[in-house]
Design a protein around this ligand. Sequence first.
Ligand code: MEV
Length: 414
Amino acid sequence: MKSSRIPGFYKMPVEERVRKVKEFAGLTDEEEKLLLSFSALPKDIANIMVENVVSTMQLPLGIATNFTVNGKDVLIPMAIEETSVVAAASNAAKMARPEGFKAKATEPVMIGQIQILNPSKDAQERIMERKEDILELANAQDKILVSIGGGAKDIEARCLRADMMVVHILVDVRDAMGANAVNTMAEAIAPLLEKITGGKALLRIISNLAIYRLAEAEVTYRKDAIGGEDVVDNVVKAYEFAALDIFRTATHNKGIMNGIDAVVIATGNDWRAVEAGAHSYAAMNGYKPLTTWQKDENGDLRGHIKIPIAVGTVGGITKVHPMAKLCLRILGVQNARELAEIMAAVGLAQNFAALRALATKGIQAGHMKLHAQNIAVMAGATGDEIEMVARKMIEEGKIRMDRAKEILEEIRKK
Ligand code: MEV
């Protein structure tokens, strides 16, 4: 069986890391070359993705190792500018081995909203009476989606104010993120809804609060694997802080999204949609942490995450952007649900890593090494010099540009 446990991965030269990923994911020579090209988005593709293109903006793509999700080892591509996130995820996944993470996701059902102004008093009942006609009209817009088991499945209607109501169309979007399918259907049924309600349809658009498209993951960290029962207790206390105080909740959830967004970006998905969904879901009953952490009967640490994750493996740029396609290959996922499950597991791992670090030695120690390396690069260090300059600055406790330049000069003189 393939293992995502690749000891010393972080110490290998880039080419060797790429070789390991190639082996794991069965990549072709072309795909290996693409990874090593460090610029995977050709001008012609960028130019059709958005308007007024002048260049591309690149982010590092790291691989988080050690993940086991639902009994299967996976390598996780993460596109992110922040130091330590990939290392923290890999480390958290390592401590969760061999069991790893269990994850599941609901059917991929998204909500389309149609805002109706000045509806008749009995509009809600009349909509429910005509539900089948509305669904039929919606489904006529996307025969392919219906043929693969997706399509409009249900209708909901709510009164918001005497002069305003909203109709929801619930659409199973299968392996797409779904915005196009849902928006098309919402626009198509609006005239019929106007007739039924006697009102005027104004906005017709997807909701990013995807309460019917949820992903969950759980993990148990054995106390001995994470530093003992004190660590378990302190992580639980750290979680309780987030549950009690909104200023902490924001940062707690931000840490979760560090992991999830990085995979969302790597796979070419819409991270603003996932962010909007996550935070609005967290706020449904007063803004709360997206994870929970408890001590179990054995004194081990049990964590859980539940979060809407609207991502696709088809549509959008997932099949257009060469690197997004490649990242999906590395993940080896078969469909959008599996992708969402992995993302939930990464979010949970990321949150654990942050809470454990914060509740023990603090996060700055871990950040310092990469920070020192960044300063060394800015001071002009290249190759082996980077590590040498960084190490010396850490030993001296002085991580500053002027000192980096001095150390670099000394090294070069030798
Ligand atoms: C930093 O990007 C993320 C953390 O602040 C998350 C947290 O505090 O839980 C470390």
